[in-house]
Design a protein around this ligand. Structure first.
Ligand code: TEU
Length: 531
């Protein structure tokens, strides 16, 4: 099949950067844009084609920059606007596209719009936010506590689905929508490739009816956004959709509906355990469960619905820890996960540090934690009667685990900064770091490079992208296997377990593999066979 120019999003390999923790260039202990520029050759050497930057705009940083106070300017913590323009150019020179994080469900309470809104009910910006004279219900915020906050001077409550410093924007207001489209067009005109859209499923909220996701006008808004900005600019788009299932995924991504290229679905992550402590009491999914959710996503016709493949981001535990059964096999697990990520249908996303299989740091005390979600839940768990020790143990499973600095080398602060880092450095850096892995041919880093090369140039790309997906060995307790048809059909088979298992495919030699020896698949071993 010839390359379809309108489907270039399918050919991207996206690397997510959490800028605060990537690389500090000016010695203030916080990663910045110049730091990213200094690592562009490294990023290009991985073979990735796009960088998604978590928010870099002006922000009081109550939620790591997901509380934006000015959509048009870079926060001084990360550098100057010119640094961003330079990054766009330098990245493009290396064949890398820049994707920005579009956080438009809410702003910071310090945004000019909200500050104006607070001045009175008649202020033109008042209707940019969601207000109530009385609390309509007991809706809770994602980070804990009520989703409504009282403003005495107005005698009204505003909605905040996240922290109280993140007031929700009112998408019913066409003026607000216009402001957002204008801002998106501004960045696209500056050479940005597209957007990762923060909690996009929340835009159609009707809090008074208890509706926070998938509101009745959600798809109308997204379609309008596509018509007005995304399509004319040929922009890349990926929505963050914690609640998307396979039906709603198709609503967002069927090209005929003109909405988004793809959405992140979180079915493989056990956040929604109905346990007392939800995600703070993590339960690893079994291979059967993972397979069920991932395969369900794959079986749709690729031209009707496209996937975003990922096993990690700045909100999730690191995948090698989340899925780990025995730390001894961490690197093998990392290699299997990236092969699945790259060889199933969909656009693959890699989260920074994943390529060296970074783990979680050891948290010793509450004052080491930074994340608003963790700190608010600490108080909540204590309020539920847990003692400090238990509350701390619970919240130390939170989002800070994937937000610690990238381990560049075995020097002070792992080569991330010359100063005191804003969050602790994972103590693994003495043995696990980019520099050490560069010179080790068997490292996960070098494996990532060859796996990415294999996806791009191994001769199977057309089938990876356009081939229909058929699950294999669905009854197995250990195997994760599938077939893709198309121009270059193949079978992929992995042993998602720490046992050595028989490889049911014995009559062929694999074209790409790790830990597939003779007729055995070693722990997390896998192989790809040409039809
Ligand atoms: O995440 C949305 C979100 O709901 C997550 O916060 C997640 O569900 C959370 O970890 C709850 O357990 C996005 C961003 O990715 C996240 O970093 C932001 O904090 C959030 O939106 C608000 O902007």
């Amino acid at each position: 099949m010839p390359l379809d120019k309108d489907s270039l999003y399918k050919y991207q390999i996206v690397y997510q950067i959490y800028p605060r923790s990537f690389k500090d260039s000016d010695g203030d202990g916080i990663g910045d844009i110049k730091g990213i520029i200094s690592k562009l050759d490294y990023l290009a050497s991985l073979g990735i084609t796009a960088l998604w930057l978590s928010p870099i705009f002006k922000s009081p940083m109550k939620d790591g920059g997901y509380d934006i106070s000015d959509y048009y300017h870079v926060d001084p913590m990360f550098g100057k606007d010119e640094d961003l323009f330079e990054l766009i150019k330098e990245a493009r020179d290396r064949g890398i596209n820049i994707i920005l994080d579009l956080v438009v469900n809410h702003t910071s309470d310090q945004h000019m719009w909200f500050q104006e809104a607070l001045k009175g009910k008649d202020n033109p910006y008042h209707d940019y936010y969601v207000w109530f004279d009385e609390i309509p219900n007991d809706l809770g915020s994602t980070f804990g506590g009520s989703a409504y906050e009282y403003v005495e001077s107005l005698g009204q409550y505003y909605l905040h689905l996240f922290a109280k410093q993140q007031p929700d924007l009112n998408w019913k207001n066409p003026k607000l929508r216009e402001e957002i489209y204008k801002m998106m067009a501004y960045w696209l005109d500056k050479g940005v490739y597209g957007f990762r859209m923060d909690v996009i499923e929340n835009l159609g909220k009707i809090p008074e009816q208890g509706i926070t996701v998938n509101g009745p006008h959600l798809h109308e808004y997204i379609h309008e956004m596509a018509k007005r900005v995304l399509t004319p600019h040929k922009a890349f788009s990926v929505g963050e959709c914690w609640c998307a299932d396979n039906t709603t995924r198709t609503l967002y991504t069927d090209p005929q509906r003109e909405e988004l290229n793809m959405v992140f679905q979180f079915g493989w992550f056990s956040q929604f355990n109905n346990t007392r402590f939800q995600k703070f009491e993590p339960r690893r999914f079994t291979v059967k469960e993972v397979r069920q959710v991932l395969f369900d996503q794959q079986i749709t016709e690729p031209r009707k619905s496209w996937n975003a493949n990922f096993f990690g981001n700045h909100d999730l535990p690191r995948s090698v820890i989340y899925f780990q059964e025995d730390p001894k096999y961490r690197d093998d697990l990392a290699k299997m996960l990236i092969s699945i990520n790259l060889l199933m249908g969909g656009t693959p996303y890699i989260y920074q540090g994943e390529e060296i299989a970074m783990g979680h740091p050891k948290w010793n005390s509450l004052d080491e934690l930074r994340d608003v979600e963790e700190l608010q839940h600490y108080e909540i768990f204590k309020g539920m009667g847990e003692n400090s020790e238990k509350a701390f143990a619970l919240v130390s499973h939170g989002r800070d685990n994937s937000r610690t600095p990238i381990l560049w080398n075995d020097q002070d602060n792992a080569g991330f900064t010359s100063n005191k880092p804003w969050i602790k450095v994972n103590e693994e850096y003495k043995t696990r770091n980019v520099k050490a892995q560069e010179s080790d041919p068997d490292s996960t880093l070098n494996f990532y490079r060859s796996a990415i090369r294999f996806r791009k140039y191994g001769g199977f790309l057309e089938s990876i992208i356009n081939g229909m997906f058929t699950p294999l060995y669905e009854e197995s307790e250990t195997l994760f296997a599938f077939h893709k048809d198309g121009d270059s059909p193949y079978t992929y088979i992995a042993n998602w377990s720490i046992k050595e298992v028989d490889n049911p495919i014995v009559d062929k030699s694999p074209v790409f593999s790790h830990g597939a020896i003779g007729n055995k698949l070693l722990p997390y071993g896998f192989a790809l066979y040409k039809d």
